[in-house]
Ligand binder design. Structure first.
Ligand code: PLP
Length: 402
């Protein structure tokens, strides 16, 4: 196995026309990020501290939220949010079946019961009609997932939430920066969880952020993020002499470190350019794949600004003699890395066996699950890389036409 850096070197030297290696993802870490981390290491303050505080301030101001609480991951942020709003045993929380396991696992960790709903066939986001069907007297919260970076239909979901007094916690792991009807994701629901995992649009290696406009929740979130110790417990190692603390709650170890925050601050400054590059690459994909009848390109609703975390195409299997997995395998043989986002939760052993889900309860997600392929999309991709990926997709699906 070659390292990411070796692979990066190899494909930056590639020229047009030849076989290429286009991995599914390579993080975009530059000298400025490296310098910021080194400077933090030299500062002597390496875990939660001044850089985390600054990252929270800058992030909140970037999305336009009143408060931001930095965490060790989006999974931690989701759990902290569900715990913070008081999800109790017996409470039901509705989320999309087409998501990463963390979205539902954190509902279980908070003591709730995940209730899965289907998606709409255009954007593969939570279907408000199915959500309304799944609301019961025990439903306490909704967790929409902004799939691939396309915001979920929030107006319809808020209408249901309001009618039944549900808390809305968004899984925005894919949705930075994204907007819905001119409003940034991060300011829409009660709480929004972002991911800074290695492959996400803003990357700190591991990391997450929770944004909210609810002032009354912020102290609770900050306290529970760090062991449930009285506010600003991390300061006890500073020179301020505040060694005494009190435990207010059996909290979590979910804080961000200043090393991650230093990386995040640089990435946040670069985010507008990184987003612009993603949009250019997506534009190329649309131009180059527009006439390939065997695949369906992503659909974008007029009222959104898409974060383009993923470029998910769907195979028109009725036109092909092979299954999706074979197409992915041939792309891999051609040097192109792809992924599936996601195998729906109702198809995984744990959720299927625990709740007895059947694929026909989620017709659109079950159908999409067989067709979806996420193509490479990362800011270090060259235009020639996109051309190569599209040539290979076209060649492979044509070869397997019915
Ligand atoms: C990546 C991801 C998460 C988890 O993010 P982490 O920061 O790795 O915890 C949650 N939900 C979705 C939809 C994701 O893609």
């Amino acid at each position: 196995m070659s390292s990411v850096v070796e692979r990066q070197k190899r494909f930056s030297g590639q020229t047009a026309g030849q076989r290429r290696e286009v991995p599914f993802y390579v993080p975009d870490i530059g000298e400025a990020e490296i310098a910021a981390v080194v400077e933090t290491l030299r500062s002597g303050w390496i875990t939660i501290g001044p850089r985390t505080q600054e990252f929270e301030k800058c992030f909140a101001s970037f999305v336009g939220a009143s408060y931001a609480v930095a965490t060790s991951s989006c999974t931690a942020a989701l759990h902290l949010a569900l715990d913070g709003v008081g999800i109790q045993p017996g409470d039901e929380v509705i989320t999309s079946t087409l998501t990463f396991t963390a979205t539902a696992a954190t509902i279980l960790h908070a003591g709730g019961k995940p209730v899965l709903a289907d998606v709409t066939p255009d954007t593969l986001n939570l279907d408000p009609v199915d959500v309304a069907r799944k609301v019961s007297s025990r439903t306490r919260a909704l967790v929409p997932v902004h799939y691939a970076g396309h915001p979920a239909p929030m107006d319809e979901l808020f209408e249901i939430a309001q009618a039944h007094s549900l808390v809305v916690i968004e899984d925005a792991a894919h949705a930075l920066p994204a907007s819905y009807k001119g409003r940034r994701v991060g300011t829409l629901g009660d709480l929004t969880a972002f991911s800074f995992y290695a492959t996400k649009n803003l990357c700190t290696g591991e990391g997450g952020m929770l944004t909210t406009n609810h002032e009354e929740l912020v102290d609770t979130l900050r306290t529970r993020r760090l062991h449930g110790m009285s506010r600003d417990a991390w300061r006890r190692y500073s020179n301020e002499g505040q060694w005494r603390y009190d435990v207010l709650y059996p909290g979590f170890k979910y804080n961000m470190t200043d090393l991650n925050a230093a990386l995040g601050l640089v990435q946040l400054r670069r985010l507008p350019q990184l987003h612009e590059r993603r949009r250019e690459l997506v534009q190329r994909y649309f131009e180059l794949l527009g006439d390939v009848e065997e695949i369906q390109l992503p659909q974008v609703r007029r009222e959104v600004e898409h974060a383009w975390h993923l470029f998910v195409v769907r195979l028109r299997l009725e036109m092909l003699r092979v299954h999706r997995d074979r197409v992915m395998e041939e792309l891999r043989e051609a040097g192109v890395g792809t992924q599936v986002h996601f195998i729906p939760l109702h198809m995984h052993s744990y959720y299927r066996d625990t709740y007895g889900f059947r694929p026909d309860e989620f017709p659109f997600a079950s159908d999409a699950a067989e067709r979806i392929i996420s193509l490479p999309l990362f800011t270090r991709m060259s235009d020639e890389d996109v051309v190569y990926v599209c040539e290979q997709v076209r060649r492979i699906v044509r070869a397997h036409r019915r």
